[in-house]
Design a binder for this molecule. Structure first.
Ligand SMILES: [Ca+2]
Ligand SMILES: [Ca+2]
Length: 237
């Protein structure tokens, strides 16, 4: 599969490098050391041969190299891009501030933002991309980076991607910019701190969320979801 003319190629042009693709362990071993591993931001797991287990960047910008895994493509619904925008009024975990970063987990995938030092209102403005084979909940955790001790917890949140996937499945197009497709309301059981709208923006559906962190005294995280179809994958139907 070549990247030319695909949205992955566009991503490569944009320079988005954080990319997480699970591969069968055997395939991952073959390419170990040959391809940059998400700048060390993704974590490989140690499942068996049958289990989707390892992760690697799937392309190099210079050569458009793509590692194809038939098993992976047969199960892949597409890619979920989580734009981690900023944190608001996060908890203090040092003397008078924190050095926050965000960890995103879905199933066995784990991705991190950079650390913003000494700021409880950090702007990460960073896109993390997960491969989605089933619509599992996404867990978001915030930590304070510490040099001489374990990083301190600054709260966590969980969100459901099902409403967003349902909106994508509607296969809308050519809507006026700003059209609201769906609204997800905050409830006692989700972590939304306000209504979350799925909006037609610049030719695609995006979902904006303000997540209220739990297991902490304060803090919200603003994120935005978008979707990338991968030609040749199982896809969203
Ligand atoms: Ca600390
Ligand atoms: Ca710290």
């Amino acid at each position: 599969m070549r990247l030319k003319n695909s949205s992955m190629a566009e991503d490569a042009k944009e320079g988005t490098q954080r990319f997480f693709v699970p591969l069968p362990l055997s395939a991952a071993k073959k390419i170990k050391g040959k391809i940059p591993l998400n700048r060390g931001k993704a974590t490989a797991t140690d499942g068996s041969e049958e289990v989707l287990s390892a992760c690697c960047g799937v392309y190099k910008r210079s050569s458009s190299l793509v590692i194809q895994s038939q098993f992976f493509m047969e199960h892949l619904l597409g890619l979920l891009r989580i734009h981690v925008n900023k944190g608001v009024n996060l908890a203090i975990r040092d003397v008078c501030s924190s050095d926050p970063y965000v960890v995103i987990r879905m199933g066995k995938q784990k991705l991190k933002t950079r650390v913003v030092k000494n700021n409880i209102n950090p702007v990460w403005d960073e896109a993390l991309t997960l491969s989605v084979s089933e619509p599992l909940p996404v867990k978001l955790e915030v930590y304070d980076r510490d040099t001489f001790s374990l990083d301190d917890k600054m709260g966590d949140a969980v969100f459901d991607i099902q409403p967003f996937l349902e909106a994508i499945k509607m296969r809308l197009n050519n809507l006026p910019n700003g059209t609201i497709i769906t609204t997800v309301k905050p409830t006692r059981t989700n972590c939304l701190s306000e209504e979350s709208q799925i909006i037609w923006t610049d030719g695609k559906a995006v979902q904006k969320m303000v997540l209220r962190l739990q297991n902490v005294e304060c803090g919200e995280i603003e994120i935005q979801l978008s979707w990338i179809d991968i030609p040749g994958s199982r896809g969203l139907k």
